[in-house]
Design a protein around this ligand. Sequence first.
Ligand SMILES: Cc1cc2nc3c(=O)[nH]c(=O)nc-3n(C[C@H](O)[C@H](O)[C@H](O)COP(=O)(O)OP(=O)(O)OC[C@H]3O[C@@H](n4cnc5c(N)ncnc54)[C@H](O)[C@@H]3O)c2cc1C
Length: 467
Amino acid sequence: MNELIEGLRQRLGERVLTDEAVRAAHRRDTWVMGELADLEERLGDPPLAVVEPESTAEVADVLRDCRAARIPVITYGGGSGVCGGVRTDGCEVVLSTRRLEGLVELDARDATARFRAGTNGLAAEKRVQQDGFTIGHWPQSIELACVGGLVATRSAGQYSTGYGNIEDMLLALEVVLPDGSVVRTRSTPRASAGPDLRQLFLGSEGTLGVITEAAFSLRPLPEASRGQAFHFPDLSAGLEAIRRCVQTGWTPPVVRLYDAIESGRQFAEWGGEERAFLLLLHEGPAARVELELREVAALCEAAGGVAAGAAAVDDWLERRNHVPGFRTFLEKGIVVDTIEVAATWSRVEALYEQTVASLNQVDGILTASAHSSHSYRSGTNLYFTFAARPEDPTRLAEIYRECWRRTMEATLACGGGIAHHHGIGRVRRDFLAAELGRGGVGLLRSVKHALDPAGLFNPGVLIPDGD
Ligand SMILES: Cc1cc2nc3c(=O)[nH]c(=O)nc-3n(C[C@H](O)[C@H](O)[C@H](O)COP(=O)(O)OP(=O)(O)OC[C@H]3O[C@@H](n4cnc5c(N)ncnc54)[C@H](O)[C@@H]3O)c2cc1C
């Protein structure tokens, strides 16, 4: 082991960090079970070292050295993952992308920008805005996450209904494979050159290599931006309004529909109490925004919506990224989490009803609710929130797992997809076989085995063990 660390030091010098505080800070991501283990002082041991390569060549060197020494490698971006994608056990090297930072190139004529993988999400967005563009990717964690992490988890932003998810913006990738070889996909607007290799790494969660650069297709900053809101008698009426809008061809970037519980919590002031509440933000050329605003309003009203005033949208824009940390709740004996799933329009209502009903049977459940925040021609996502306070606080982890199991089972029973945008990590790993089927998991394992035969890349994450 010392030999590996010494070898890495010869290559990276002081960017091989072995002091206690740095290693301890890289033991986990933001998964609530990591937070709980930390609180209860039962987290795994810190990694052997944290390394901070500054170039693609250095990443390749680190990977080759670790592979030769048979030491696991965990890639660490912003640490904002919420599925347990980063968790150490004392025997790994954590490769931090912190110093792989900044813009590589921006081409205004082509509307493209290439960033190194450790660039913070908000810093990347601000940089392209200086030149009159937007990436259009606004995850709630934009200030915490890095470009590489956003790609590695197949993330979704708040403006996705109009602008798409990370896979729709990603133009090209550079990835270092476990054997140290480098794959660079070409920056062309489309290719019919065999399977799309970008897709292999979108959602790979550090198990197939290290993403070192990502290029995006940009949009001009919008000429106009207008919000509107509606309340509906129930979630079902609001879902029908969204379906009609999206299938007609209107795609406001932000489309968020809250059930009565969440509306009451967040939009009571605007008539959201005991009703479903829909927020819409329209962006783009002014003429299109005006037209879309009117046409979408007519569709919403025809589906039973009542206008609730644009101030609700301004209020949401102001506070949209402020969320209390999980720890605040855990310290009070309450476990809270969110679970995002997806389903086609004909299945989504049953999925909502069955999941909420099932969560409400959990011991100590305080609330179970959902909103839809990413819509498509064929369906939408549901983003469930649950909170539970078991009488016996030592049962927090057990109750948490039960809430997850019930949500995954209800989703699968209703024909939905178990993960819309947070990824698999550790929390969903046991449900992946049900999602992908035997054939799908077998294929994923074969790809993993071909790239990483010794299983050194982020072991325990994403890919289920055994048969
Ligand atoms: C408050 C909050 C709000 C959130 N909101 C959203 C949201 O709106 N939308 C959304 O999609 N997600 C959201 N998330 C989840 C999280 O921010 C995303 O999953 C994000 O993409 C993780 O990026 P990161 O850089 O922090 O990755 P990390 O947490 O560091 O890593 C996540 C996973 O990706 C791997 N990884 C990281 N970088 C690389 C790389 N360069 N190459 C290969 N593998 C890599 C890691 O090994 C790990 O498995 C939220 C999280 C929080 C805490």
